[in-house]
Design a protein around this ligand. Sequence first.
Ligand code: GLN
Length: 280
Amino acid sequence: MNIRDLIRQATALLESAGCDSARVDAELLLMHIWKISRTDLIIRAFDEVPEDVQQAFQRVIKRREAREPVAYLTGEKEFWSRPFRVTPDVLIPRPETEHLVEEMLERFPDTDGTYLFCDIGTGSGCIAITLACEYTQARIVATDISEAALAIARSNAEQLGVSERVSFHHGDMLQALTSDDGPFDAIISNPPYVAHHEMDDLEAELGHEPRGALTDESDGLQFLATILNEGSERLNPKGLIIVETGTCGLPETPPQLEMKKEIFDLAGRLRGGVYQAKGL
Ligand code: GLN
């Protein structure tokens, strides 16, 4: 079969499996399996695909039909224009989370500043490592309850050349921090904020991601509240906490913090909050 027919056939299979980006997925997976570029895909449309490539492609299409996310099948996801290795041990970085990085760059415009930042629940390390790449002199402390996630995050830090400036601590939320960690100029987090009752309505792909990275098995606000409350004690005077959220919104603002901004996405949905220590 040639490239064009192979892509057509796979696209049809993925469409019937309910994938809404069937064609793009099929193309990405063939590019990954065969290690060819998008340009190759187009200019070589009528080239025969080698038998072994076809077989490997068909195997991966089967997994995609079972709604395994493309990023787990390719083992990689781009975040803030850099490649991150991902496995089912970590949440796949989302474009929404780039809003948090954007917000940081706006609030801390001096990218050579000697800041100390903290990322709670680092997963793939996408936030912590992006901050280390963008802020050339900053140090970042990143925590996660999952050792398996930390191993991925460490390898991403290594790969992107910032491992000397990012320390990874194992433990639950801020309990992973020692008394030496901080005070921070900013604490940033994309915590599990999906409520227990919302879990059954999520798209099939999310069923392949670590459940503990998605939900607090409660009202969705538990980890956010912990980060605001315990985080406020770890901030510099006027330090910031920047968090992502979903449909459950944001918890009540603790008295020691001031809510500076609600972050909205293009569709007008609340996606996060920026808080500042009152520095009392
Ligand atoms: N910080 C990581 C991310 O934003 C992981 C978040 C999580 O697992 N909830 O992708």
